[in-house]
Unconditional design. Structure first.
Length: 86
């Protein structure tokens, strides 16, 4: 497999970190649904996650399957390394 650019790993790490925060905030909001500060933080993180994924996909191809990512003209799903390959 060819060597991937450092930007690939940097973006992937940022996505994983922000998505981890979203999981934690989701669990917190399940028990504290009226915490407006947490809700605001969740929405900010959700937007940041979406933006990071759009940047990643514009440079490296589809990141998510099952309709969670739009396909380009070349159907790039499965052509990028799988998570256990990076």
């Amino acid at each position: 497999m060819k060597q991937l650019p450092d930007e690939y790993y940097q973006l992937l790490e940022e996505i994983q970190a922000i998505d981890f925060v979203l999981v934690e905030l989701t669990l917190y909001l399940d028990t504290h649904p009226n915490d407006m500060q947490a809700l605001q933080q969740f929405n900010q993180c959700a937007l940041k996650s979406k933006q990071l994924k759009q940047v990643f996909e514009s440079k490296f191809g589809m990141l998510q399957g099952f309709g969670n990512s739009f396909a380009d003209a070349n159907w790039s799903w499965g052509t990028a390394p799988w998570p256990w390959q990076v």
